[in-house]
Design a protein around this ligand. Structure first.
Ligand code: RP5
Length: 164
């Protein structure tokens, strides 16, 4: 894969989302998927968000993982402005533990689909794995890596022992 040209954009509303969103970055790194990580705020930098969404397809992005917390409008507003699939990650908020983030992302009006994952780092991890599975549809080496990952995961669970 060409490591210079990002296939996946990992964006988030604030640097405070990085603890959660770095998990997506780590998974994409593990699979050798070229990606970029940026802060793009729906509320504080709406013009940057618009430009990012408008340029995404032409820049070759095949998926955008967007994380935000609280009034988490970033994933939906990016999805509204591009045909590139957007995978939303609700970041755990300080006030409402991420329930606000989850509902903000998941309750999109019909016609503007935005995939929504679990609150927090599990969501970031799964969003990245989902992006890998999308890319794997047309990349046999990635598909093999994903199959290997699933097998190692299953083996680990089967070999885990309870602390009795
Ligand atoms: C959202 O507001 C961000 O995605 C973040 O989760 C939340 C709080 O941002 P900060 O005040 O920590 O920058 O836009």
């Amino acid at each position: 894969m060409d490591n210079n040209k990002p296939l996946v954009g990992v964006i988030m509303g604030s640097t405070s989302d990085w603890d959660t969103m770095q998990v997506a970055h780590e998974v994409l790194d593990e699979f050798g998927v070229a990606h970029e990580c940026r802060v793009v705020s729906a509320h504080r930098t709406p013009d940057v968000m618009r430009d990012y969404a408008h340029a995404a397809e032409e820049r070759g992005l095949e998926a955008i993982i967007a994380g935000a917390g609280g009034a988490a409008h970033l994933p939906g507003m990016v999805a509204a402005q591009t045909l590139v699939p957007v995978l939303g990650v609700p970041v755990k908020s300080r006030a409402l533990n991420g329930l606000d983030s989850l509902l903000s992302i998941v309750q999109m009006p019909g016609g503007v689909p935005t995939a929504t994952f679990a609150i927090g780092s599990s969501g970031a991890r799964n969003a990245a794995l989902f992006a890998v599975s999308m890319l794997a549809n047309t990349r046999p080496e990635l598909r093999a890596a994903l199959a290997d990952f699933r097998k190692r995961q299953a083996d680990k669970v089967q070999n885990d022992e309870l602390p009795l």
